[in-house]
Write a protein that binds this ligand. Sequence first.
Ligand SMILES: O=C1O[C@H](COP(=O)(O)O)[C@@H](O)[C@H](O)[C@H]1O
Length: 241
Amino acid sequence: MELHIAKDAAQLSENVAAWISNYILEVLQRQERFTFVLSGGNTPKQLYALLAKAPYNQIIPWERIHFFWGDERAVPFEDERNNAKMAFDTLLDKVSVNPDNIHVMRTDISPDASAAEYEKTLKTYFGKEQVTFDLVLLGMGDDGHTLSLFPGLPIVHEQKAWVKAFWLEAQDMYRITLTAPVVNNSACVLFMATGAGKAITLKNVIEGTFDAEKFPSQLIRPQNGQLHWFVDEAAAGALEI
Ligand SMILES: O=C1O[C@H](COP(=O)(O)O)[C@@H](O)[C@H](O)[C@H]1O
């Protein structure tokens, strides 16, 4: 695991934008297409806005990138809480992506149907054996959740399904999420976490004993890939390093 600490959230977003851009360009020297899994929530908004502007809007070959989502809130696309809408508003509507390469988790059908359809999409793209994303961008909630893997819920233990929908009582909505084993097959996973509100949880996730039931972000350990944590000083405040 590599830990990268930035002064604040703005600097963090700059650092991640530069890192991702270099990584995409490097990987695309070896292969034709790049698979990029986007996260939702607040943390990546600044990053997406930066990627949509110079120099990144010009140097990244956007038409060669396939976009996927790590999780979705099952609310209509027009709803501000919809993770895909946030990515369209901040990034995808502003760069020259190929619309056929954008693979959203649908919220206009039932959550279970959407999860089944997404799993089919992944199998069509990657083949039936396993998914290997080039880059998975993740956030971590103050409670230690990542994707839609929330503390204390059965979804944390899912080993078989690649994508699953479930009712999230605490937020009065369905969630659709990739599962931990799928993400752990990726070539690279990059977490972003900012703010003092995440400091104690981050310490538990990175330095604490393994308790995925309590801190699902601990489940993310790519088997053969890289794991990067990009955090700001406020989030890193309780770490011992
Ligand atoms: O609900 C979600 O939360 C996490 C973390 O969000 P943040 O607002 O603390 O950055 C996010 O990564 C996930 O995609 C989203 O659905």
